[in-house]
Design a protein around this ligand. Structure first.
Ligand SMILES: *Cc1c(COP(=O)(O)O)cnc(C)c1O
Length: 345
């Protein structure tokens, strides 16, 4: 085995969905865009369907088609980007439910697929996707005659519970949707944790399912072990890796492990990262290169480790994100294609 081993714990994924579902008294969907946040949309969606999810969301119609092939008929598959030009066949053939974002999309949908279920995405202040209050006011009556299956919006700052934007968007969403008698959804993972006011009829968690912040109680879903290709002894004053950025201060043992920035382990993670062997911390030595990382394993004594852990019990997705100055979402969706993936059920 010469590539990293990525282990995806589907039991933990299902447990995270159940835990988020238990937080609210309404229906809980599952967001599986970007190949199930990088973990493989087919096994992820099967697991979540088995756990009880009946509505799924993806970003694009193409993803929806792949998801439909995996899930078969039945579950709703919502598409956040709505009904894009040229997508009518994809939407109809795979029974997708586009979340229509604009007047153009509404007209396109009603013209090409008048009988295909749809939702409406409303902009409540994030200014990313959805109809503005004025557009919605103009279009609301004709749209309501066609009976959308969902009215939804998305929170910009839900991972900061005290942020004024949450209450502001909540108020705006209510103003746009109160009293219409149509099913509503406002919250992803962060909003689900803000409390019942934010739950409406359906919550749409993504990152929390996969073990990421802001769902602090999540069970970790991914583990990543990197095989050691070789080890060497070096003397004080010797350097490791590109640019000579790491110099041994004492006699040291260096392991070279098989993964690098081409596998989603960003260069920016160095030097803020450790690998682990059991409970022993093994600091990074030098820069992360494309396929290789140097690790100071002096602390292991004479042991000859076959692999070192970079994602595991001592270090999770958000720790890697912190080391790189990014968020867990980006770590997950950057997980490399070279890893040997195995799924725990
Ligand atoms: C990605 C996304 C979600 C899921 O968000 P998480 O923060 O991962 O829970 C929900 N709704 C929309 C519109 C999204 O784009």
């Amino acid at each position: 085995m010469s590539t990293g081993r990525l282990t995806i714990d589907l039991e933990a994924l299902a447990a995270n969905w159940r835990a988020l579902d238990a937080i609210n008294t309404v229906e809980t969907a599952a967001v599986v865009k970007a190949d199930g946040y990088g973990l493989g949309v087919s096994p992820v969606a099967h697991t979540l369907a088995q756990a009880g999810a009946r509505r799924f969301f993806v970003a694009a119609a193409e993803e929806g088609a792949e998801l439909r092939a995996a899930l078969g008929p039945g579950p709703m598959i919502g598409v956040f980007s709505g009904h894009m030009a040229g997508d009518a066949d994809l939407i109809r053939d795979n029974d997708l439910t586009p979340m229509l974002n604009s007047v153009d999309q509404v007209l396109r949908h009603f013209e090409t697929l008048p009988r295909q279920p749809f939702g409406i995405q409303l902009d409540t202040g994030m200014n990313r996707l959805g109809m503005e209050p004025a557009e919605w006011a103009a279009l609301r009556d004709p749209v309501l005659q066609q009976i959308p299956v969902l009215l939804m919006s998305h929170l910009a700052c839900a991972d900061e519970p005290g942020h004024f934007m949450n209450a502001k968007q909540l108020r705006c969403f209510r103003e746009m949707t109160d009293g219409l008698g149509i099913s509503r959804s406002l919250s992803a993972t962060g909003g689900t944790l803000l409390g019942a006011d934010y739950h409406f009829d359906l919550t749409r968690p993504g990152v929390g399912l996969y073990g990421g912040r802001p769902f602090e109680d999540a069970r970790p879903v991914v583990a990543l072990d990197l095989p050691v290709i070789q080890t060497r002894e070096i003397l004080p004053g010797e350097t490791v890796g590109y640019g000579n950025t790491w110099t041994a201060q004492r006699p040291a043992r260096i392991a070279t492990v098989a993964a690098g920035y081409a596998d989603g382990l960003f260069r920016a993670m160095a030097p803020n990262l450790d690998l682990w062997h059991g409970d022993t911390r093994c600091p990074l030595a030098g820069r992360i290169s494309m396929d290789l990382i140097g690790v100071d394993i002096t602390g292991l004594g004479d042991a000859a480790p076959e692999a070192l852990s970079i994602l595991g019990p001592h270090q999770g997705v958000d720790d890697l994100a912190d080391a790189a100055g990014t968020i867990g979402y980006e770590i997950l969706t950057s997980l490399g294609a070279r890893y040997a993936r195995s799924y725990l059920t």
